[in-house]
Structure formats: C-alpha cells, structure tokens
Design a protein around this ligand. Structure first.
Ligand code: NAD
Ligand code: UDP
Length: 325
C-alpha cells in the first residue's frame, strides 16, 4: 500500500533526525506538527522550525499525555535522548520517554486512525554475537548496565508497539535505525561524528575511545529519513533495519574525518586514545535485506560524500558563529 500523507506528527521533530524528517515531509507537500520538549534539541534548529511555513511547533514532554486535534495520517515517534552522553545524563527521562512517551504517541495515533512509526535503534541488539545483525537476532543487552536505560527503553517501546498492533488493531511500523550522522547534529552532543568533526576543524586531536577497533556502520541522515518515510507509506510492520552496511572501525572513522576535513590521514598524530565507554558494542553492522525487499530502500550516500557534506555544514556554522558549539 502507498499511503497519502497530508498531515504528520513528528515527536522529537526538533532534534537532529526529526528536523530532517520534517524537511522531507514538507518537501512532499505535507503539513508537519512537531511535538518536542527541546531537551536535547539544538537552539538553532528550534529557531529555524519556528520560522518554517507548514510547521506547527508544540513544546511538550511526551511523558505527559497529549492530544493533537485535527487530521493525522502518520505519527512518527522519535522523542528520546539518543546520544550516549545525553541518555547517561538523563537516565530516568530516557526510560520514561521510551515507556510513557511511546504509550502516549501510540494513543494519539490510534485515536486519529493514523499509522504509527517507531524510531527504534540498533542498540536493541546490544553487544551483538551475530554479525551483521538481521532483524530476527534477539540481541545481547546488559539489562542493568548504564546503556540499558536507552536499550531497554527502546526494547520496551518495540514490545508496546507490537502489543498495540495485536491488541488494539494499531497500524504500526518499527524502524531500527543504525548510527546516523549529518548536518544539524549538536557539535557537543558527544557522538563520534560531531565530536571528531568539531575536533578536526579546531585542529585538536580526535578522541578515539578504547582501542578504536570497535566498528560502526554510518548512515547519512538523508538516507535514514527516506527510509522512515518509505516505512510510513507502507504497511510493513517491521522491525526493519535502516542503516548503511559500510562498516568501519572507529579508528578508521577518525582518519576518514581528518581526511575529509583536509587533514593528513594515516598517522597517529592528531588522534588521542581515551577510556573506552562501558558496555560499548564491539561490532555493529545492519543486514538490510528486509528493507531492500519490503521497502525498496537502500542507502545512496557513501561515507566520504556524507562526511564532506557534514563538515561543510559545520564549517559554515563555525564561520557564522565564530565557534563550533
Ligand atoms: P536528538 O537528541 O537530536 O533528537 C531527539 C529529540 O527528542 C530532541 O529534539 C529532544 O528535545 C526530543 N525529546 C527528548 N525527550 C523528549 C520528551 N520527553 N518529550 C518530547 N521531546 C523529547 O536525537 P536524534 O539523533 O535525532 O534521534 C532521534 C530518534 O532516533 C531517537 O528516538 C533515537 O533513539 C533514534 N535513533 C537515532 C539514531 C542516530 O544515530 N541519530 C540511531 C538510532 C535511533
Ligand atoms: N567514540 C569515540 N570518541 C568520541 C565519541 C565516541 O571514539 O569522542 C566512540 C564510542 O565509544 C563508540 C563509537 O565511537 O565506540 C560510536 O559512538 P557514538 O556515541 O557515536 O554512537 P553509539 O555508541 O551510540 O553507537
């Protein structure tokens, strides 16, 4: 099925991924209701959204019940801290956003007869023993470790979404997003790409955590939000992985950022090793066969191109504000 979307709700729509999803929806002629408490949103992005025609911006915490009057065709539920330093700083808030926030967003979708799309995460696989990760792999999560506040919140959110589908006839789709990067990430959000870009542009050493041999597979944000939209217009229940299978070590990522930023790559100069994060997954790479088959989706922007676009955006911002903050 191909669903027509005239009006959509995006919880967390003032954040990094959400703001790109808003733009894609607006470009398709859709009205967008953004519901966000701005807790981890960039002030610039919020200001841009306020001025954007076609966007209705509501400041609200999803852990409190809410109603959105009028037609809604899709509810995209993205509201949650997502960067490790953010969710480690906001552990209870993160669990509440995944639990209460997901319930409230599901209720709004059911009331409106809208399709519900959950932005889940590759973190549901924890530190995986299966590689690459297909959707039927059930994961290896430490339920009481520091990262569990995010991983288990998302696992609960998936369970609740599946239960609403079975018990309340909700039309739901679960997307498991793998690491996504691009313009509008906060330079200080602590994730690897914005941290490395900020450091490279400032001429500071890039802080590689642990040995740097842990891997990630990075998806450019335009590809990720195209995947979310493809899931929204379908009736695919998922979970479906959305990610770019181009896997690399964090050490190689640091070099790729330095190269893309015009710094000589390949030597240890310019890189400093810092303590590894607790329970840091050692390998992560999506199996995207399902997304290819069911959604006709695949990523189109390679790492070098995506990093170049991201660095260009950060550099322009740096020029405007005098600092990459
Ligand atoms: P982000 O921090 O930039 O955006 C999250 C947004 O949610 C922010 O605008 C924040 O203010 C808002 N928010 C947080 N708690 C809220 C609450 N209680 N009520 C209302 N709004 C709230 O993060 P992001 O990278 O854009 O991630 C967006 C979603 O995608 C998250 O659900 C995240 O788990 C998921 N995801 C992202 C990635 C990634 O690599 N970026 C990977 C996997 C999953
Ligand atoms: N990382 C790093 N230096 C940093 C920030 C992160 O080496 O300054 C590492 C981090 O320990 C992890 C990987 O990069 O191994 C990806 O981290 P990120 O926070 O971007 O995403 P996630 O851990 O959620 O996959």
């Amino acid at each position: 099925m191909t669903r027509r979307i005239e009006r959509a709700l995006v919880t967390g729509g003032a954040g990094f991924v959400g703001s790109h999803l808003d733009e894609l929806l607006l470009a398709r002629g859709c009205e967008v209701v953004v519901l966000d408490d701005f807790s981890t949103a960039a002030a610039d992005t919020v200001a841009e959204l306020r001025a954007r025609a076609g966007v209705e911006l509501i400041r609200h915490d999803v852990t409190e019940p809410f109603v959105v009057p009028g037609r809604l065709d899709v509810v995209f539920h993205l509201a949650s801290p997502a960067s490790p330093p953010d969710y480690l700083r906001l552990p209870i808030e993160t669990l509440r956003a995944g639990a209460l926030g997901t319930a409230h967003a599901l209720d709004v979708a059911v009331r409106a007869g809208a399709r519900f799309v959950l932005a889940s995460t590759s973190e549901v696989y924890g530190d995986p023993e299966v590689h690459p990760q297909p959707e039927d792999y059930r994961g290896c999560v430490n339920p009481i470790g520091p990262r569990s506040v995010y991983d288990e919140a998302k696992r609960y959110a998936e369970a609740l979404t599946a239960a609403y589908r079975r018990e309340r006839g909700a039309n739901t789709g679960i997307a498991r997003l793998f690491n996504t990067y691009g313009p509008r990430m906060r330079a200080q959000d602590g994730r690897a790409v914005p941290t490395f870009v900020r450091q490279a542009l400032a001429g500071e050493p890039l802080t590689v955590a642990g040995s740097g041999t842990q891997t990630r597979s990075l998806c450019y944000v335009d590809d990720t939000v195209r995947g979310l939209l493809a899931l929204a217009v379908s009736d695919v229940p998922g979970p479906v992985n959305l990610g770019n299978p181009e896997e690399l070590t964090v050490r190689d990522l640091a070099d790729a950022v330095r190269a893309a930023a015009g710094v000589t790559a390949g030597t240890s100069a310019g890189v400093t090793f810092v303590d590894a994060a607790e329970d840091d997954p050692r390998r992560r790479c999506p199996d995207i066969s399902l997304a290819r088959r069911e959604l006709g989706w695949r990523p189109q922007v390679g790492l070098a191109e995506g990093l170049t676009r991201t660095i260009r955006w950060f550099a322009a911002r740096h020029e405007r504000s005098g600092a990459v903050s």
